[in-house]
Design a protein. Structure first.
Length: 335
């Protein structure tokens, strides 16, 4: 049984820095769909790249890694309503038809609404992507121009067919009800994002803010072996500005390649462009001075955390190189 894995696809840099609001790992799910006879709709929200298993069939026919409807024999089109993992503004969409070559939709449109209470019966739907042509076996990146906050999207495919992955890229907009609640202010689900990094040869720093512990060594930030002086670094924006009470640095699965030390610098800044932060980050004060690391271990720091009234961005220094699985910044949002 042969399995093909979709090749790595590089998103445009400005989209890489956004959050996929339709990521099942942060709670996104398909609430309802017109049909998913061949392949269930929730598959298209998975994080992993789609696969194709040559000889895999089920009771409905060829098994496909995505959402696939039956061939339509009457007027109309198919649709799926997705509850986003977290509400936010939407800046780009990826409708991916990888491995759907003779069964992809002819075109697709996307609507969105804001219904924080989950009641869609009274929601106002906005067309954020007009009916647009699709092709076989490829990513379709569409930029969206809207400043509205949305909690749900509706993917309409014309007339039928299959979508391997559906991603909704944007910026998280959440309302913190309890300012005394301790949160991971850097977490993906709370709006954390990557701004820049020195190297990501083996694993991207966006993995640092993923939910849960790393599943393997590939689910972390890992740089190539450094052969010159210096150290590796990455700059991250907190989803919610605040004061930090505890820091967790997890080297799960990194055993022969964990960093010797890690330090964290931090700053609070408003209305800064990502590009201007990069050179200035070298001079930010420390939030956590260099700490020795161990293999495959959660390092927790409380007393070592240096006091800042509030921070909005951090620079993680991995000395000199290696791999980190997760970083958690536990604290309270700024008032």
């Amino acid at each position: 049984m042969a399995t093909l894995i979709a090749p790595i696809f590089d998103l445009p840099v400005h989209i890489q820095q956004l959050t996929n609001l339709a990521d099942s790992r942060i709670g996104a799910e398909v609430l309802e769909c017109s049909d998913d006879f061949f392949a269930e709709a929730n598959r298209m929200l998975q994080f992993d790249a789609p696969i194709f298993v040559e000889d895999k069939f089920d009771n409905h026919g060829k098994w496909m890694d995505g959402w696939e409807t039956r061939r339509k024999r009457h007027a109309g089109y198919d649709w799926a309503i997705v509850q986003l993992g977290v509400a936010g503004t939407i800046q780009a969409l990826d409708i991916d038809t990888t491995f759907f070559t003779g069964n992809y939709p002819a075109s697709a449109a996307v609507e969105a609404c804001y219904a924080p209470n989950g009641d869609l019966s009274t929601a106002t739907w906005h067309l954020i992507l007009p009916n647009s042509k699709l092709g076989p076996g490829q990513h379709h990146i569409f930029e969206v121009s809207s400043e509205l906050v949305f909690s749900h999207v509706r993917l309409n495919i014309f007339p039928d067919g299959g979508v391997a992955r559906f991603k909704v890229y944007g910026e998280v907009k959440i309302q913190i009800q309890d300012r005394d609640q301790v949160l991971d202010l850097l977490a993906l689900e709370n709006g954390g994002r990557v701004i820049a990094y020195s190297d990501a040869h083996f694993g991207h720093p966006r993995n640092l803010i993923n939910p849960g512990r790393g599943i393997n060594m590939g689910d972390g930030w890992e740089t190539k072996r450094r052969r010159e002086p210096g150290f590796d670094w990455c700059i991250l924006a907190l989803g919610q500005s605040g004061s930090i009470e505890k820091i967790d640095i997890d080297t799960a699965h990194f055993k022969g390649n964990y960093p010797a030390q890690v330090s964290i610098q931090a700053i609070y800044i408003e209305d800064a462009t990502d590009q201007q932060l990069i050179p200035q980050s070298m001079f930010w004060p420390y939030l956590l001075e260099a700490q020795d690391m161990q293999m495959d271990h959660i390092h927790s720091f409380v007393e070592e955390v240096l006091q800042h009234e509030k921070i909005s961005h951090i620079r993680v220094n991995m000395i000199p190189d290696g791999g980190i699985s997760r970083i958690r910044l536990w604290g309270k949002t700024a008032r």
